[in-house]
Design a protein around this ligand. Structure first.
Ligand SMILES: Nc1nc2c(c(=O)[nH]1)N[C@H]1C(S)=C(S)[C@@H](COP(=O)(O)OP(=O)(O)OC[C@H]3O[C@@H](n4cnc5c(=O)[nH]c(N)nc54)[C@H](O)[C@@H]3O)O[C@H]1N2
Ligand SMILES: Nc1nc2c(c(=O)[nH]1)N[C@H]1C(S)=C(S)[C@@H](COP(=O)(O)OP(=O)(O)OC[C@H]3O[C@@H](n4cnc5c(=O)[nH]c(N)nc54)[C@H](O)[C@@H]3O)O[C@H]1N2
Ligand SMILES: [Mo]
Length: 767
């Protein structure tokens, strides 16, 4: 491994991220204040600052928050408000130690708000659930690992599920994926099953790649960016710098989102002294359209109609005919379907006027190079596949894929969610080549496809899952249909939760249950060969080494790599080629295995680990090498104009959108301030526009319940929501994830990938 420059070692710092913020612009004083308030209360703020100063730079720690790129020439501070919150949340000095668990039964802990539960601090000791006292009690690592191994050995491998949240580094993830297959299953659900699985499955069909085609350099050369359903200001704030630079170069940004998200409206660069003093924000979006949830298919159909009309008016000058002929399939059929779509229907589904869509189309047509960006607003819908198909269509019409300054760019979630898939986490044999595993380790990997998240839940409800390991995450809280899931979890014979901090999932133990504390990414990881680095892949397919330098919170903490390897060793029959102990002693050896298993992506992995800006693992679609069934990029004819499922009808049926606030990382709730949306103090709110409020006879501040309007014989309800007037399109309501997850049926998901329809569930308001 190329050694990064020597950097200081740090101790943990005090922090308290539940801070109210008041400034409105994305970035700027509001975000600096957010960070400085965290420091403000901290005695050890200089040490925290040391860690943050190196964040996302070679030799430092790669942010544990989002998956945005880390530029080769970093800013003085290459972290954002929310990245700092994530780091400081991990560097917590409070302890959820054996005394804490001795003082509280799990029934008592269930009374705590998620925020308070996680705020109890870092886990410090391995714990085993004691049903008699309803408490987690300390257990030795040796005893825990031996018992877990014995229990996994005793079951049919197909009854085990190994979940991972997209957090753990490539090293632990590779070993986990190998362990599952050596054991005899591919039940490897991941957080992306609730997130960008729509992307992984459908972009593969359309473009022959499971990931986006853009790299950072494309943002220096694009003329327009079409932005769908991604909340940059909260969820990938460092990306705002890239957008600001593009805008200042003259690039046009056109945004479609039901919510006017602050960061996409304007941005003050907290690292620009002039802008900070003068306080004049950069306007990010040239046009911002508040599309109805699920209305993007219609928007894209409208945009495509405009492109076709422009071509009709000036034949041979608008479409990229050579590209379409040589590189794609399905154009004629798609064009026919789009021409047949009526403007009335387009306006009805999108909630936008024809004039607005024509205005947006004019930007598309005047741009030589266009990038399409998207997030959960496109993926978490029943017809998410068509959202992506239509966005690909729009780009392909003018050859906007596979050339500099153009392409499709899904913004991924967890910091290593994309990388975990690249090194084999996934339910299909295509995720980890079986012949390689046979050759390298003499194991016989299963051919049978494993379970993704929704399928694992269905199997669990049918009594077909007996053991569940969770490498990070908070699955019970993140899944749809929470009440059914929470009721089903205790039927498991074995649950093993590997985590940094306690969360609600840990309060649903199986019959035998372990809670194992691990090092976080900011923590120093020392093994037999010395200090270790781990690695991760960003949204733009670049891979970085990361070195934790904080003193671990407890001597009992083990790395995720070490925990996975220890369980594997205790479970599997002896095999001299599975050198778990040696691998844990030196992660370079694991990276060599990754390079051997996936040579096209990871050649010379160790040598490239600390390349500034990360190293690119390549993407054939970027080179117009389409690894699809037809060998070409595929146009997708629209079969409907909405991304929503077959909606139940009714005057009172509304589309529910579940949102993240600026003060949470998924199920981790840092506090109760959604600063960028001007919402403060409570998360139990129901956002609705004022006309709809009047139409439904509701009033501001009224308490209501929401019930799911899908009739499958089950009642799904959330009580106690405060009606709050908000600028949203008609026909929809919004509220926070994860509080509203009991409303979403497990069966209500994207068609091809089973990604839950968290952005488009029909509900009724019960006054
Ligand atoms: N600070 C912070 N950072 C995070 C996370 C976090 O929770 N906190 N989570 C991480 C993870 S795992 C992920 S996946 C990403 C998520 O990041 P995003 O992809 O931004 O996901 P969301 O915040 O769920 O919402 C996306 C946006 O979609 C809009 N939207 C909803 N429905 C529609 C629709 O039908 N059409 C359109 N066009 N827009 C719609 C919403 O208004 C919202 O602005 O962020 C990652 N980064
Ligand atoms: N309604 C609704 N539901 C959603 C979504 C939505 O938009 N709406 N979004 C979905 C999406 S995009 C996602 S990705 C999922 C998220 O689902 P998950 O990834 O399962 O959930 P997280 O909240 O990210 O997990 C947080 C927990 O991870 C643990 N943790 C943190 N750091 C580490 C670490 O370094 N190592 C280990 N081992 N553990 C660690 C901590 O214990 C923390 O409590 O939720 C999904 N659910
Ligand atoms: Mo995600």
């Amino acid at each position: 491994m190329t050694t990064p420059p020597d950097q200081p070692r740090h101790t943990a710092v005090d922090q308290d991220p539940d801070t109210p913020y008041d400034k409105n612009a994305s970035g700027g004083w509001g975000s600096l204040e957010g960070v400085s308030r965290i420091f403000g209360k901290s005695e050890s703020s200089t040490r925290a600052l040391d860690i943050l100063r190196l964040q996302n730079k070679p030799g430092g720690v790669m942010c544990t928050s989002c998956a945005w790129a880390k530029p080769a020439k970093p800013h003085p501070f290459e972290f954002c408000e929310n990245g700092a919150k994530a780091t400081l949340w991990e560097l917590d000095t409070r302890s959820a130690d054996p005394d804490f668990f001795a003082a509280h039964t799990l029934s008592e802990l269930r009374e705590l708000h998620d925020h308070d539960l996680e705020k109890s601090g870092r886990l410090t000791h391995p714990l085993r659930y004691d049903p008699a006292s309803d408490r987690y009690l300390p257990v030795s690592w040796d005893e825990a690992i031996a018992d877990i191994g014995a229990r996994l050995k005793a079951i049919d491998p197909r009854e085990a599920v190994f979940y991972s949240s997209g957090h753990a580094g490539l090293e632990a993830s590779y070993l986990y994926a190998l362990f599952a297959r050596a054991m005899g299953h591919q039940n490897l659900p991941q957080s992306s099953n609730m997130c960008h699985e729509t992307t992984s499955v459908n972009l593969q069909t359309f473009l022959g790649t499971p990931v986006g085609t853009c790299v950072l350099e494309d943002f220096d050369h694009c003329d327009a960016i079409f932005f769908f359903g991604q909340n940059t200001g909260s969820n990938s704030p460092r990306f705002l710098h890239t957008l600001k630079d593009a805008v200042e170069r003259g690039c046009k940004i056109v945004t479609f989102n039901p919510v006017r998200e602050r960061g996409l409206v304007e941005f003050v660069d907290p690292q620009n002294p002039v802008q900070m003093t003068v306080g004049k924000p950069t306007e990010i979006s040239d046009h911002y359209y508040q599309v109805r949830p699920g209305g993007d298919v219609a928007v894209l159909a409208g945009l495509m109609k405009c492109v076709l009309e422009a071509e009709d008016a000036a034949p041979g000058t608008v479409l990229d005919h050579d590209f379409i002929a040589a590189e794609t399939t399905g154009f004629e059929e798609t064009a026919t379907a789009v021409r047949a779509a009526g403007w009335d229907e387009i306006e009805r589904h999108s909630g936008l006027t024809r004039a607005m869509i024509e205005q947006a189309a004019a930007v598309y047509l005047s741009a030589d190079n266009v990038i399409g960006i998207y997030g959960m607003g496109l993926t978490q819908h029943v017809n998410g596949w068509l959202n992506l198909g239509m966005l690909c269509n729009l780009l392909l019409m003018r050859g906007n894929v596979g050339r500099l300054g153009a392409g499709i760019s899904p913004v991924r979630g967890h910091s290593n969610v994309q990388g975990q898939r690249t090194v084999g986490i996934g339910e299909k044999s295509s995720h980890m080549p079986a012949d390689k595993l046979r050759e390298m380790f003499g194991i016989d990997p299963p051919e049978e496809e494993g379970l993704n998240a929704v399928h694992a839940c269905e199997a669990l409800l049918e009594g077909k899952v007996r053991a569940m390991i969770q490498l990070g995450g908070n699955l019970v809280r993140a899944l749809p249909d929470r009440e059914r899931m929470e009721a089903a979890w205790p039927d498991l014979d074995l649950t093993v939760y590997i985590a940094t901090k306690p969360n609600r999932t840990h309060l649903t133990p199986g019959k035998v249950a372990y809670l194992l504390p691990c090092l976080g990414r900011t923590d120093e990881d020392i093994q037999a060969s010395g200090q270790q680095a781990v690695s991760m892949e960003d949204s733009l397919s670049h891979i970085y080494g990361s070195i934790g330098r904080a003193r671990p919170h407890s001597r009992e903490l083990k790395s995720e790599t070490a925990i996975v390897a220890a369980i594997a060793k205790a479970t599997l029959p002896p095999n001299p080629r599975l050198k778990w102990d040696e691998w844990v002693g030196n992660y370079d050896l694991i990276r060599d295995l990754i390079a051997e298993t996936f040579p096209d992506k990871f050649a010379d992995f160790n040598d490239r680990l600390f390349e500034p800006g990360g190293f690119y693992r390549g993407n054939p679609a970027r080179e117009r090498n389409w690894q699809t069934e037809s060998g070409k990029a595929q146009f997708t004819p629209p079969t409907t104009l909405s991304a929503l499922g077959e909606e139940p009808q009714g005057e009172r049926v509304m589309t529910l959108v579940t949102l993240r606030s600026n003060d949470q990382f998924n199920t981790t709730i840092y506090g109760f301030s959604d600063r960028l949306r001007g919402l403060e103090g409570s998360r139990d709110i129901l956002l609705i526009n004022l006309d709809e409020m009047a139409r439904l006879g509701l009033s501001e501040g009224q308490k209501v319940a929401l019930r799911c309007a899908i009739d499958d014989g089950r009642e799904r309800r959330v009580e106690g929501l405060t009606v709050t007037g908000y600028d949203l399109p008609p026909g929809c309501v919004a509220g926070y994830y994860p509080e509203l997850n009991p409303l979403i049926p497990l069966s209500y998901h994207e068609k091809n990938s089973q990604t839950p329809a968290y952005k488009g569930t029909p509900v009724e308001i019960v006054a």
